[in-house]
Design a protein around this ligand. Structure first.
Ligand code: OSB
Ligand code: MG
Length: 367
C-alpha cells in the first residue's frame, strides 16, 4: 500500500447526555479522524484520545501533533502493510492511541483494496455481537434508575455502572433491587480507589457483579493482585493494560481475571488480537471496551468483539446511546446485538455531508 498522504480532521460531536466518570464529565466528543490516501484508494480511522489527559496521558491535540510531526513522516514512501506500520513506529515510545489510529487507517485501506472485511481479517467467529452499555455517574439514584430502565428497555444485555468513592454500594444495590438478580451487572471505577478502600469495595461482593473494572491506579498492578485476594468479585483491568506484555504480566501476577480490550489503548487492532490470543490461551475472558466512538471506531470494535475469546458483552453500544446523528450509517441494536459489518475494510465510511457539518479543522500531511 503506497501512501501519498494523510488527512487529519477534527470533528465536534455533541453527546446526547453528559457522561460522567470518576475522572471527569464529557458533554461533547472532540474526535480526530485519520484518512490515509493511497494510490489505489483510502482508509479511515478514528483516534480514541479524549480532549484532556485524564483517562490516560494522551489527548486529542497531543495525538494530532505526534502524528503530524513524527508518526506520519516515519512511514516509508514506497509503502507497507498494517504490520509494517507497527514496526516503523516502534522507536517512538508511548502515544498508543495516535499509533493505533494510523495503523487502523492503513489496515482499512489495505483491506478495502483486498475486498476483505475487518471481521474476516481479524478472525471473527460470529456475525453479530451482544451489547452492553456504560452508564455514567448521576446526580441521584432516581435519575440512575430511569437511565438504566431506558437501556434495559432498548435491549442492552449488560449494564455497567461507573462508580467512585461516595457513589458505589448505594447505586449498585438500587439497580440490583430494581432489575433483579438476572441482570448482567458490572462496575467501573476508572482508578478512583486505593488499596485502603478494600473493605468498602468488598461490600460490592454482595451484589453478584460480573466484575469490577480498574478499581486502583493505572500503574498499581501489584496492588490489584493484593486486592484480588480480598474480593470475591472478579477484577478486570482497563487502564493498566497497554500492551500484550502488560497483559502477560497482569495474568501471571494474578492482578486480574478478566481483561477489557480497547484497541486504541494498546496501540491498535493487531496488538488487541495478540492480547485476545494470550488471554484465551490462559482461560481469561475478554470483552471489548469503548471510548465513546463514532461509527468509524465502532465498526472496527464490533468486528474485534466477534472474535471467539470475547465471551462477555462489550461497551459496543448503538450510535443513539452517544449521538443524535452519527457520521456513518448508524449502528442500531437488534435484539440486544449489533451486526458485524461485512463490507470491505471497516464496512462503513463517513457520510460526506454529515462529516462536513461537524468538521472544525482539517490538515493534509503529505508523505
Ligand atoms: O473506562 O471504559 C472506560 C469512556 C471513555 C473513557 C473510558 C471509558 C469509557 C466508557 C464508555 O466506559 C465506553 C463506551 O460506551 O464507549
Ligand atoms: Mg474502563
Amino acid at each position: 500500500t503506497k501512501i501519498t498522504g494523510v488527512e487529519l480532521r477534527r470533528i465536534a460531536m455533541p453527546l446526547v447526555a453528559p457522561f460522567r466518570t470518576s475522572f471527569g464529565v464529557e458533554t461533547s466528543r472532540d474526535v480526530l479522524l485519520v484518512r490515509v490516501v493511497t494510490a489505489e484508494g483510502e482508509g479511515w480511522a478514528e483516534c480514541a484520545a479524549m480532549s484532556e489527559p485524564r483517562y490516560c496521558s494522551e489527548y486529542v491535540d497531543s495525538a494530532q501533533e505526534v502524528l503530524r510531526t513524527f508518526l506520519i513522516p516515519a512511514l516509508p514512501k514506497d509503502g507497507m502493510d498494517a504490520h509494517g506500520v507497527g514496526r516503523v513506529l516502534r522507536p517512538f515510545t508511548g502515544h498508543r492511541m495516535a499509533k493505533a489510529a494510523l495503523e487502523t487507517a492503513v489496515l482499512d485501506a489495505q483491506l478495502r483494496g483486498a475486498g476483505e472485511s475487518f471481521g474476516s481479517y481479524l478472525g471473527a467467529a460470529r456475525d453479530r455481537v451482544p451489547c452492553g452499555v456504560s452508564v455514567g455517574i448521576m446526580d441521584s439514584v432516581a435519575e440512575l434508575l430511569d437511565a438504566v430502565a431506558k437501556y434495559v428497555d432498548e435491549g442492552y444485555v449488560r449494564i455497567k455502572l461507573k462508580i467512585e468513592p461516595g457513589w458505589d454500594v448505594e447505586p449498585v444495590r438500587a439497580v440490583r433491587e430494581r432489575f433483579g438478580d438476572d441482570l448482567l451487572l458490572q462496575v467501573d471505577a476508572n482508578a478512583a480507589y486505593t488499596l485502603v478502600d478494600a473493605r468498602q469495595l468488598a461490600r460490592l461482593d454482595a451484589f453478584d457483579l460480573l466484575l469490577i473494572e480498574q478499581p486502583l491506579a493505572n500503574d498499581d498492578m501489584v496492588q490489584h493482585a493484593e486486592l484480588a485476594k480480598l474480593l470475591r468479585t472478579p477484577i478486570c483491568l482497563d487502564e493498566s493494560i497497554e500492551s500484550a506484555a502488560d497483559a502477560a504480566a497482569a495474568i501471571s501476577l494474578g492482578a486480574c481475571s478478566v481483561i477489557n480490550i480497547k484497541p486504541a489503548r494498546v496501540g491498535g487492532y493487531l496488538e488487541a488480537r495478540r492480547i485476545h490470543d494470550l488471554a484465551r490461551a490462559h482461560g481469561i475472558p475478554v470483552w471489548c471496551g469503548g471510548m465513546l466512538e463514532t461509527g468509524i471506531g465502532r465498526a472496527a470494535n464490533v468486528a474485534l468483539a466477534a472474535l471467539p475469546g470475547f465471551t462477555l458483552p462489550g461497551d459496543t453500544s448503538g450510535s443513539s446511546r452517544y449521538f443524535a446523528t452519527d457520521i456513518t450509517e448508524p449502528f442500531v441494536l437488534a435484539d440486544g446485538h449489533l451486526d458485524v459489518p461485512t463490507g470491505p475494510g471497516l464496512g462503513v465510511e463517513p457520510l460526506p455531508d454529515l462529516l462536513d457539518e461537524v468538521t472544525s479543522f482539517s490538515e493534509w500531511v503529505a508523505l
